[in-house]
Design a protein around this ligand. Structure first.
Ligand code: WT7
Length: 629
């Protein structure tokens, strides 16, 4: 199969799609870059504004852009209230499926009520506009409710993925100086209970900024509650003095909306800041065109809301469009490898959005699993988070999409807020492994070391040359770092950190990172984080982590450790080091398990060890060269 085989959009799909042909896309694209103010103003008008903006965008203090300045808007109003006066009032906004199989559906009206009441709980605990609220929850409805409640009153949420460790949580709370933490007694993972509240307590021991902790009941085990500080969500929300009504705050378009921490090349994860108006307009419009949303669709994005994918395409994009969004607590292969397909069949999912790593791991379990289910409701498939190999793409196309669903391979980042490079499903012929063409309004390019445009098919730095509404505004508390990291290499041009090439048809192929960011199972890490986790251990002098290709997870880790002089390697120390990484970065269980010490060699009085990711669950054998003595 040649890499350039084209898969045209299915005719039946194009016929009723928002954008119906490549010609139509090209006309829109041309207009969008020629006159971005006009283009984005038209899109922004679809939303509700308390007050219209004065200027669409201003980019005089590069790289600090402002969008829709002077405009007043509220995110929760646009995601909820706006639909209540329409036929969507009793439409499902959120369908939630829990790991053990419990489920719950919220209509727009019901979700609105929960959000208003919880916003009043926030107010009662003195959360005000601009305050940071940290959310450390499993994938339960309260997570989306808490986010929307923050936006209702103008508090800035900072969602921390429930798989992160107490140390990771502590670092993020300390950096954002959050006033409140929202967590749960525990969370489910593959039938086991993760003690979330216990980890939160551990983190909070060193977080004096947090005055209140709201705890959701999920797993039901007994947990200590600290007097005055800790409150149960269910008791707070049903309290007599909590009203059903909460007026949405009129926010400036450029007021901060949320912080989301993400890994970079060096140091601790940085807090990416997104603001209100531009972000909402962008996720609204990208969701509409890329997923080609129609009124009767059921959209399922399998990501965790702890990552940007969930922020933009489980919560804000779908709800701003009045769509039905499915939220799932579990994992693809528990209790059986057909968990995804069981859910697709149960809810007649029409739009399905997942990561290549999930596709590969399900694929290896065999075709019998998807074959057990009726997947005929599906009409569009999506991929995100890492490059998708053509083999996985073709399997997805045939086995899941029954050759009739277009696949949108969407390229974007935490920093970009929404998808930047993607096919529009009714318009753009796809090539397996290529994210194809820029979304209207986006001007990407591939540059060589000197900043010249790379030749056709020549790899180079993927950059974005013009600002777009959802671009990150800064690194929380560190604008200097923001400028250096993203605009330091080619002044005035946004550096993505990815490597890419453009083929003769103008299609983009994103091949991986140019920096020390790694993607394990689509989850983003810096090798530097793993290294500093290891060197934090008293026995370790130096550590170096490098990515290795992994057939299922995309990438794995290979770590070199030099022990301090006189320290002996022992099985006990080995275990301690594995625990160290888990403790510093992930709670239990981490996305990778560092299980084996492959090799030691003494070098000038110290020891070098290498550890590899566990590859047992991939069922394949990975050959690792012994280290030179
Ligand atoms: C990095 C960003 C985008 C939301 C989830 C990830 C890689 C993402 C693709 C894709 C090739 C991709 C890039 C990017 N990436 N999507 N379709 N094809 N690579 O957000 O955690 O901030 O990671 O993910 O390397 O820089 P993130």
């Amino acid at each position: 199969m040649s890499e350039t085989e084209l898969f045209p959009p299915p005719k039946a799909f194009s016929k009723r799609a928002h954008i119906k042909s490549r010609k139509e896309y090209e006309a829109i694209y041309r207009q969008s870059v020629k006159n971005p103010s006009k283009f984005w103003a038209e899109k922004a008008k679809q939303l509700h504004w308390f007050k219209k903006w004065k200027r669409v965008f201003r980019y005089t203090k590069k790289p600090f852009v402002k969008w829709f300045e002077g405009g007043k808007i509220n995110v929760s109003y646009n995601c909820l209230d706006r639909h209540l006066s329409t036929a969507r009032k009793n439409k499902a906004a959120l369908i939630w499926e829990g790991e053990p199989g419990d489920s719950k559906t919220y209509t727009y009206q019901e979700l609105h009520l929960e959000v208003c009441r919880f916003a009043n709980v926030l107010k009662k605990h003195r959360i005000k506009k601009g305050d940071r609220v940290c959310i450390y929850l499993p994938m339960i409805p309260q997570l989306a409710i808490a986010m929307l409640a923050c936006t209702r009153i103008g508090a800035i949420h900072s969602v921390v993925f429930g798989g992160f460790s107490a140390n990771s949580l502590r670092n993020r709370i300390q950096d954002s100086r959050a006033k409140m933490l929202i967590t749960s007694d525990g969370s489910f993972r593959k039938g086991k209970i993760i003690p979330l509240k216990k980890m939160a307590d551990e983190a909070l021991a060193e977080c004096p900024s947090v005055k209140t902790v709201i705890v959701c009941r999920r797993t039901g085990q007994k947990i200590p509650m600290k007097r005055k500080r800790d409150r149960w969500w269910d008791e707070e929300i049903k309290a007599e003095d909590i009203s059903d009504v909460c007026k949405p705050a009129e926010m400036d378009a450029e007021d901060p909306l949320f912080i989301l921490y993400t890994s970079g090349t060096t140091g601790k994860p940085k807090g990416i800041l997104h603001t209100t108006g531009g972000y909402l307009v962008y996720v609204y419009q990208t969701f509409k065109w890329i997923f080609d949303i129609q009124e009767e669709d059921t959209h399922w994005c399998t990501a965790d809301i702890g990552w940007v994918t969930g922020h933009s395409y489980i919560v804000y994009g779908p709800l701003a469009n009045g769509a039905t969004s499915l939220m799932f607590e579990g994992v693809p292969n528990y209790p059986k490898p057909d968990r995804f397909w069981e859910i697709v069949e149960k809810y007649k999912v029409t739009l399905f959005y997942t990561a290549p790593t999930a596709i590969r791991s399900i694929k290896q379990e065999g075709n019998q699993w998807p074959k057990r289910h009726d997947l005929s409701s599906l009409r569009l498939l999506g991929s995100v988070g890492e490059p998708i190999n053509p083999e996985a793409w073709l399997w997805y196309h045939k086995m899941i999409g029954n050759r009739k669903c277009p696949i949108v391979d969407t390229w974007w980042q935490t920093e970009t807020g929404g998808v930047l490079i993607t096919p529009l499903p009714g318009a753009i012929p796809t090539k397996p492994g290529s994210a194809t063409l820029p979304f209207p309004g986006i001007v990407p390019d591939v540059l060589d070391e000197k900043g010249r445009r790379a030749k056709i098919n020549e790899g180079g730095y993927l950059v974005i040359k013009k600002p777009w509404p959802a671009m990150a505004r800064t690194v929380w508390g560190n604008p200097k770092r923001f400028k250096e990291i993203y605009f330091g290499k080619f002044p005035g041009v946004y550096l993505t950190g990815d490597n890419a090439k453009i083929d003769k048809d103008g299609y983009f192929w994103v091949t991986g990172r140019t920096d020390d960011v790694i993607k394990i199972s689509g989850h983003r890490f810096g090798t530097a984080e793993v290294e500093s986790a290891l060197t934090a251990h008293p026995a370790v002098a130096e550590a170096a982590a490098v990515p290795i290709p992994h057939p299922i997870k995309g990438q794995g880790l290979y770590v070199f450790v030099t022990l301090d002089k006189g320290i002996k390697q022992t099985p006990h120390l080995k275990k301690a080091l594995f625990r160290q990484v888990a403790k510093e970065i992930w709670g239990i269980p981490p996305p990778w398990r560092i299980l084996r010490w492959l090799h030691y060699c003494s070098s000038r009085g110290s020891f070098k060890i290498a550890v590899s990711v566990d590859i047992k669950d991939s069922g394949e054998n990975l050959k690792i060269e012994p280290l030179p003595a």
